[in-house]
Design a protein around this ligand. Structure first.
Ligand SMILES: [Zn+2]
Length: 360
């Protein structure tokens, strides 16, 4: 499986942010009055090959269909400014715990997460070569991530920070990937169970009086699980302070429901200080049909209790071009309390028409 496919397969990418319409009004670059209420979000990998004229036309069209926020995978000032000129917010998509910079693992291998067998992501990444997750409890990790986040939100053309990979390595992969990897993950396997570095074990032991490695069944320990949820939550809390210090919103792409997110990647996202969340409700990866999207949204919305809005992340390839299903998914999301949807996949005119229909 190549990198791009794996990224998609794991549900990488998504989008989100803020209450519809709130921050758009302050955009002085706005050239036209909005044509549809701001409702949806979209994820984009900006190409430098696009001309200014193309961007102007494309982003005006996106805005007209009710897209209010774009999450950009790369820092492209031209794309960001074009999106803002069209009346949208331009946010930087930020890989958080998974960091691939080769110089980081050469200079600071101690920052990387360690599994229950003692293997580090620095030299033995699980599943695929680019799975280089940091340990959330190494002081250097927080320092490093904060410095990057500060640099990003200081830029005047970046309207917000969108966290992705803000989690542990998948201790369990979504079920449709098991066959691809020839893995049966009906239980937590030690090689995919992180972080058992000495810092984490000592920190846990200081409070709970035991080393997780000494437990007969560490996977069954509620306090050891919670310790790891809280370790990620602490990272999010700090990055949230960085964004909010610049009065910029922070959002995150997370796993589809609070229960699944905690169980397979140690994300406790309903307790994060975010401005919006985009659960990647990618039904195909869980062998579910479109109907499940409504169930997942309802679970997230109920758990959030109005703390911040939820945008349902939809994975377009899972719809296999069935526009009725896309329409149904968006309707289910909104009817179950989502503020809108966030789209992962290539955008075409039919999709834009559906987004426009559902933006009102
Ligand atoms: Zn650790």
């Amino acid at each position: 499986m190549n990198k791009r496919h794996f990224l998609k397969a794991l549900g990488l990418g998504s989008l989100a942010l803020m209450e519809p319409g709130i921050s758009i009004a302050g955009n002085r670059d706005e050239e036209k009055k909005p044509k549809a209420p701001v409702r949806h979000r979209i994820w984009i990998n900006p190409s430098e090959k696009d001309t200014d004229a193309e961007l102007k036309q494309r982003y005006a069209e996106y805005r007209a269909t009710g897209i209010g926020v774009i999450y950009f995978e790369e820092d492209s000032e031209r794309h960001f400014r074009a999106a803002k000129s069209a009346g949208m917010e331009a946010h930087r998509w930020f890989w958080t715990m998974n960091r691939n910079e080769p110089e980081l693992r050469e200079k600071h291998p101690e920052l990387f997460s360690v599994n229950r067998k003692g293997e580090s992501c620095a030299d033995k990444p699980p599943y695929v070569g680019y799975y280089r997750f940091l340990c959330p409890n190494q002081p250097g990790t927080l320092q490093y991530l904060k410095s990057i986040a500060e640099e990003q939100v200081a830029k005047d053309y970046i309207d917000g920070l969108h966290l992705d990979y803000v989690r542990f390595v998948d201790v369990i992969l979504p079920v449709n990937l098991w066959a691809k990897y020839n893995i049966d993950q009906s239980k937590e396997l030690p090689e995919y169970d992180f972080c058992y570095c000495k810092t984490c074990r000592d920190k846990y032991a200081a409070v709970y009086g035991k080393d997780p490695l000494e437990m007969a069944h560490p996977d069954q320990s509620p306090s050891w699980r919670k310790f790891r949820y809280d370790s990620i939550t602490n990272i999010v809390r700090n990055l949230s302070e960085v964004a909010h210090a610049k009065k910029k919103p922070i959002t995150a792409a997370v796993f589809p429901t609070p229960e699944i997110a905690k169980r397979i990647v140690r994300q406790d996202w309903t307790n994060w200080p975010l401005d919006a969340v985009c659960p990647m409700i990618y039904h195909g990866f869980y062998n579910e049909n479109v109907q499940w999207i409504g169930d997942a949204v309802a679970e997230g919305v109920n758990a959030l209790k109005g703390k911040f809005p939820l945008y349902a992340g939809l994975f377009l390839p899972d719809f296999h071009g069935n526009n009725d299903d896309i329409r149904k998914a968006i309707r289910l999301a909104i009817d179950n309390g989502a503020a809108g949807v966030s789209i992962f996949g290539s955008v075409n005119s039919q999709l834009l028409a559906i987004l426009r229909e559902t933006a009102g």
